[in-house]
Design a protein around this ligand. Structure first.
Ligand SMILES: Nc1ncnc2c1ncn2[C@@H]1O[C@H](COP(=O)(O)OP(=O)(O)OP(=O)(O)O)[C@@H](O)[C@H]1O
Ligand SMILES: [Mg+2]
Length: 373
């Protein structure tokens, strides 16, 4: 997979921008607030159909406009393809070579991106919502079908919560309990599969990055199950587990007006030598842990599909300490991955970007190519 070019139209502050991508590193350089992250967000959204930071699709459309469009040309499996996504008020339409994509799988067809942003670096110390989203991004990358599955779960959850708020009788809730248990078990199974692959790789990458002798461990388990039980259960058994939990807590859920068990309440546990990193990791250790996860994710995608994902790095060089930054830049260079990165300070990335790099100056929602610094 290779990105050839990216075009953004009316996407946030990017009125009309085209980037020709380097086969190596493409660098977007600019002052604060000029549109660097918007560029990466456009590319991430195109490749995943998930916003990188917006909570509502309409935020992606340039103020005063009704529709945004992002398109990119890729080489996928030897053929050139144009993927586009059009965002309107709460809707998005995905197109392959100008034709509406019939399925998510058809649309994604081999595109994979891993993004690494300053928000990711907050994940260890932040709340469970952020960690769940962090985990789920990795699951989407590994299993595109999860996009639909996790949405189906969220929709069923919303319906059940609506019934709880209206004090619906048990007979009305029962069908939703069944649906939620089935869809929830699938979410658990997807997350578990991802963690079984990425978890050990994260421990290994953490050792390479931190050289601290501390052992990193990442895991997640449904409440009421320890890790070994979770690993041993079939998807059917997970469904039964959730059904029981929904049943046991129905009274309390009715009182509170929301569903208190299921994958939407899980946390991703990050540990160093068996202690929760949230409470005990130093800032540097927390960042090394997130970096290790990203490296693990990249290596895992490559091992699973034979294709290196496209990497999007948003201003991480200014957030990482010099040692961690040197590791990351050295790693990227050695991996041969295609990278699009942003920075306010070109000096931080100049050496790692190499002679093949393409440089763009981002200013007021425009991006102009310039020769390497
Ligand atoms: N829907 C929108 N329409 C128009 N402008 C928007 C929209 N959403 C955000 N912006 C503007 O886009 C600008 C650039 O944002 P962006 O986050 O890409 O900056 P940046 O170059 O990454 O800056 P920093 O270095 O501070 O991270 C901001 O000034 C913001 O107000
Ligand atoms: Mg930014």
């Amino acid at each position: 997979m290779k990105l050839l070019s990216l075009t953004c139209e009316r996407f946030r502050n990017l009125g009309a921008v085209t980037l020709d991508a380097s086969a190596g590193t493409t660098v977007a350089v600019g002052e604060n607030g000029q549109g660097k992250t918007n560029l990466l967000e456009a590319l991430y959204f195109l490749a995943t159909l998930k916003p990188l930071r917006a909570s509502k699709l309409v935020e992606l459309v340039q103020w005063g406009q009704t529709q945004a469009r992002v398109s990119a040309r890729f080489v996928l499996g030897g053929a050139e393809r144009e993927l586009s996504v059009v965002v309107g008020d709460g809707t998005r339409t995905a197109l392959v070579d100008g034709k509406k994509a019939s399925s998510f799988e058809g649309y994604f067809g081999g595109v994979s991106v891993v993004a690494f942003t300053p928000d990711d670096l907050q994940v260890v110390k932040g709340g469970p919502d952020g960690r769940r989203a962090f985990l789920d991004r990795a699951v989407f990358n590994r299993a595109p079908a999860y996009l639909q599955e996790s949405r189906d779960y969220a929709r069923a959850l919303k319906s059940r919560n609506r019934l709880l708020k209206s004090q619906a009788p048990a007979a009305h809730l029962a069908p939703w309990d069944d649906t939620l248990a089935r869809l929830g078990a699938r979410v658990w199974a997807r997350r578990r599969a991802l963690l079984l692959e990425v978890g050990p790789r994260t421990s290994e990458a953490f050792e390479r990055i931190s050289r601290s002798g501390l052992e990193a461990h990442v895991w997640s388990a449904p409440s009421g199950l320890d890790l070994l039980e979770f690993r041993a259960k079939s998807e059917d058994e997970l469904q039964q587990h959730l059904l029981r939990a929904l049943d046991e807590r129905r009274g309390r859920d009715l009182e509170r007006g929301f569903t208190s068990s299921g994958p939407h309440t899980d946390d991703l546990t990050l540990e160093l030598d068996g202690r929760p990193a949230k409470a005990f990791a130093s800032q540097g250790q927390a960042r090394a842990l997130v970096l290790a996860w990203k490296v693990a994710e990249i290596e895992n995608l490559q091992a699973a599909s034979g294709v290196l994902p496209l990497l999007l790095l948003d201003d991480v060089s200014s957030e990482l300490d010099p040692e961690r930054n040197a590791f990351l830049m050295g790693y990227l260079k050695a991996s041969g991955a295609q990278v699009v990165l942003t920075t306010t300070d070109e000096r931080l990335v100049r050496d790692a970007a190499g002679t093949q790099a393409r440089w763009y100056r981002v200013r007021g929602g425009t991006a102009e190519p310039y020769s390497s610094p």
